[in-house]
Design a protein around this ligand. Structure first.
Ligand SMILES: C[S@@+](CC[C@H](N)C(=O)[O-])C[C@H]1O[C@@H](n2cnc3c(N)ncnc32)[C@H](O)[C@@H]1O
Length: 230
């Protein structure tokens, strides 16, 4: 495995179910709307760090970005992302990590990293790289779970009892980043798909318990949008 790569069992083992998950995350577009308010990407070069199968790449291209670059270290996902963007003008995928971005200095306007690598202490090398590649007038966005709120946040705390959300928030504040709390939801078209995505996010016994106590095909979900501008 490449140095500094953080294993992501959900998307590494089950990319097809992760695609289903992505399709049901934030159906109201709360995350993109909040990002756009801070820094619009119309005509911009967007860098998606830890892009996985490239789910967000065509979305940035289709919503105004002039150029979109996805960076991903896990070879099968690099290949999947490349397949996704084949033939899309101005969109490309590069193999690499957040700690050594395969992108020149001051060449990017908007950085996006969603549920990827930037989880608090330990991601300083990636932050230095963001500082290197962002142009003046640019913005960087990190999207992560807010485990202090929401039904999903409570599930997350049960899965990771040692997770310290206050320490994560202190980390970002010390780095000079700002935070916006967002209320989103997961919404799947049916219970079967909802169960399948819960099962790639949680260990089997916990997933059984969560699903037993939670009917339906959606769950409320608190997210943090961490951001800084240059
Ligand atoms: C949970 S997935 C999220 C994928 C994508 N951002 C999305 O929202 O669909 C996390 C991704 O981060 C990637 N990753 C792990 N370590 C990384 C690193 N050091 N630099 C960049 N990406 C990394 C994983 O391979 C995986 O594709």
């Amino acid at each position: 495995m490449t140095d500094g790569v953080i294993p992501s069992p959900n998307i590494w083992r089950s990319p097809d179910v992760y695609e289903v998950e992505n399709l049901g995350v934030d159906p109201d577009g709360v995350i993109e709307a909040a990002m756009r308010e801070i820094r619009d990407w119309t005509g911009a070069t967007v860098l998606d760090i830890g892009c996985g199968t490239g789910f967000h790449l065509p979305r940035f291209a289709g919503s105004g970005a002039a150029r979109v670059i996805g960076v991903e270290p896990h070879p099968p996902l690099v290949a999947a992302a490349e397949r996704r963007v084949l033939g899309l003008q101005g969109v490309e995928v590069r193999s690499g990590t957040a700690q050594a971005l395969p992108v020149p200095d001051a060449s990017v306007d908007v950085v996006h990293a969603r549920w990827a690598y930037f989880f608090g202490t330990g991601c300083e090398p990636g932050l230095a790289e963001i500082g290197r590649v962002l142009r003046r007038g640019g913005a960087a966005f990190v999207i992560d779970n807010d485990a202090t709120r929401s039904t999903f946040g409570a599930w997350f705390r049960r899965a990771l009892p040692d997770h310290d959300p206050a320490a994560v928030e202190r980390f970002w504040a010390r780095q000079g980043w700002q935070r916006r709390s967002l209320d989103i939801r997961w919404e799947q078209p049916d219970r079967a798909r909802f169960e399948s995505v819960v099962r790639i996010e949680f260990a089997p016994a916990l997933a059984d318990q969560l699903l037993e106590s939670h009917p339906g095909a959606s769950v409320d979900y608190a997210a943090n949008l961490f951001w800084r501008t240059t």
